[in-house]
Ligand binder design. Sequence first.
Ligand code: NAI
Length: 339
Amino acid sequence: MRVAVFSTKSYDRTFLSQANARYGHELVFFEARLDRQTAPLAAGFECVCVFVNDRLDQPALTTLAQGGTRLVALRCAGFNNVDLAAAERLGLAVVRVPAYSPHAVAEHTVGLILSLNRKIHRAYHRVRDGNFSLEGLMGFDLAGKTVGVVGTGKIGTVVARILHGFGCRLLGLDPMPNPECLRLGMEYLELEPLLARSDIVTLHCPLTPQTHHLINARSLQQLKPGAMLVNTSRGAVIDTPAVIQALKSGRLGSLALDVYEEEADVFFQDLSDQVIQDDVLARLLTFPNVLITGHQAFFTREALQAIAETTLGNIAQFEQTGRSPNQVTAQQVVKPPAG
Ligand code: NAI
């Protein structure tokens, strides 16, 4: 198929081109993000291949449909950036990569927890500056602590498995409790008791209307004072200004983010010689107890190979049969997919 690949970086080109040796699609790489302004670039392409911060709203999808596009191939798991109802109305199929490496995201999550708890990110700079003082670097033992996992699908389950190995107690929130998590001794609760009892809360649910701003001023009131919050799911699961208030009051002890609600204008770019225009992000970056990475949890060799392979396979299958088992529909937004 003729595929317009948007939001491409050097690593996307490398892994997609390697995998394409087996598929023979015609891949044309664009650095631009796909949105309503750039959608005309896809005219004449049967397929567009997009990533997490491409914005496929109704106007963008309408332009794509008018230009002859029939397939939107997401090279990610989340599909919150596509108006699926509009895609369906316009006759555009949407496919995604439901699982590529839950280990990549889970291991990064645990890396964030360890770094933030033991302040490794601060110690790194301190020691390089010849400062070997331990003042302000004290952490806590993970063994025996209680971790609340919100969303126990593929990634949440691997996080639970790793933290079980550290000797943590596990609480969970998920409309569909996971048998492996139950075997690990996870206790499933509603949000409020989970927040009240967890020393660490880690988010692994998809972004849906139900999970939008799940962590907000009201739910943060339920949090165990001084708890750690980790978000590697999607930025808008938390209300960032409310989280900043909770950090200022001390209710929230520390925060690790790999995703941010307004990340589309910032992440995946080198802005090191520019003034950050986003005051909320700039404020977050001033806290000593906040650790942010720029949506890199997925970023392992194994994950990129799997993403490229599944994405090109999805496209080939759609080309041959008109469908793919990895297709997503508007119903899945109301009732999210199971793990
Ligand atoms: P999954 O579909 O296997 O698991 C999601 C789980 O969340 C399911 O068990 C589902 O029942 C549960 N869930 C749905 N609504 C919920 C709610 N209201 N409250 C609590 N749980 C709810 O998905 P997977 O592969 O584990 O990925 C989870 C999320 O991680 C993705 O949706 C995506 O947003 C994010 N992600 C982030 C990456 C990164 O690089 N930071 C990379 C890959 C995924």
